[in-house]
Design a protein around this ligand. Sequence first.
Ligand code: SAH
Ligand code: SF4
Ligand code: F3S
Length: 456
Amino acid sequence: MPTSTVATGAKPLENMTYWQRTFGCQMNENDAERVAGMLEEAGALPVLTIEEADIAVFLTCCVREKADIRLMGQLASIKNIPPAHEEKRIIAVGGCIGQRDGELLHEQLEHVDVVFGTHNLASLVRLIKARIDTGLPAIETAEENEGFASSLPVRRDKPWHAWVPIMTGCDNFCTYCIVPYVRGRESSRTLEDIQRELSGLAEQGIKELTLLGQNVNSYGRDLYGKPRFAEVLAMAADCGVERVRFVTSHPKDLLTETIEAMAAHPTIMPQLHLPLQSGSDRILDAMIRKYEIAHYLELVQQLRDNIEGISLSTDIIIGFPGETEADFQQTLDVCEQVGYGQMFRFIYSKRSGTPAATMQQNATREELQNRFERLEAVAQASSLAENKREIGRTLDVLVESASKRDARVLAGKSPKNQTVHAPMPEGQDIDAFEGRIVKVRIEDATTNYLQGSLEQ
Ligand code: SAH
Ligand code: SF4
Ligand code: F3S
């Protein structure tokens, strides 16, 4: 790392290289695009391996213990990789573990130079520069310094896809969840600010946008005294971008007006992630989810009645403290009844500081494994059933890349977010297709993807 060049260069990180690794949810994926944007604006160049990098940035997740352990292992193991150029590689850790652990991270792992919290993304370049100039660790996790990440420069991972954060934080405090402690209270952007960002996207070549928040359905409550998510959806639907998606929807706050907005706008994709967590009212109550299964099933019915062919996905926690075999059986029953296109399944992980951490866990390891496998069987059967229904249809597919298994096959996403594969015409290259919406006639389906042929 040539310090002298940094000092005389026009940009603070001129002539430096960076590499980053991102864990966790879409919030971090969005933040990673801003990190790349800021570092590149400051003069740094991206490289493909940590070995070549002067700066390594980790955006971390602590929602479950496994993610936590993995990061600590990775951070420890990079200590001995020789620096790319001169002096020392700068290791910067942000995201939810950065927020939670702050100074402790540097105390535990001395080679971590910079720690930035979930509210301090905008300070990253300044913190790196301070570390270079002073040789001292630079740590910032205060909440006051927040600015919406969308006002920061961005380098999009996929040039045709934009994340549009509409709010940060979470006020729900589900008893198992660490997110409200590391992402802070709900804070919504104004409708005008969101509109400003939306209005430029189509001209930038964006084909798909995803509105982001831990609970988008409560968007605006902090600003306007009542949720106004349906208005954001309508704005996004009319902004000229062909596909609109959003995550995540808490069932307790999903309003009829939101379902109506989805039904009224063909640009809003017929797909909804609606985390169930458990099929047992007793467990939902202990989780403080604030809805009952009867209400959840009414929502599902309303969605199916209003949005033709809508695909639903969900999150399920297995083995929340106190979950009995009977509770779990109810989860299986609800999942079978709903027929999800995709189910994300997690074994409960104790997060210290959350209310559930002090509750008694009673299921054995074998029981948890057995429940996991039974849920997996239901998940696979319902994904396969949903995918098979597409056979014979022609779908609009947003092409993302060549298939990992075969470079002559293109891979993309259907409106319902299913992965679709189709062979490329002879002699054509993936570059001609990436980021385009093409028509694919579906001929076959497996649990994980649809297979078809391009219709010209
Ligand atoms: N805001 C989103 C969820 C964010 S966390 C929502 O409410 O839908 C993503 C998922 O991780 C959650 O839906 C939950 O299923 C899972 N999760 C959160 N905390 C967990 C824990 N302690 N153990 C296991 N899974 C957990
Ligand atoms: Fe966690 Fe619940 Fe907030 Fe989702 S709604 S982030 S599960 S506390
Ligand atoms: Fe993980 Fe933080 Fe997202 S804990 S799930 S990266 S909000």
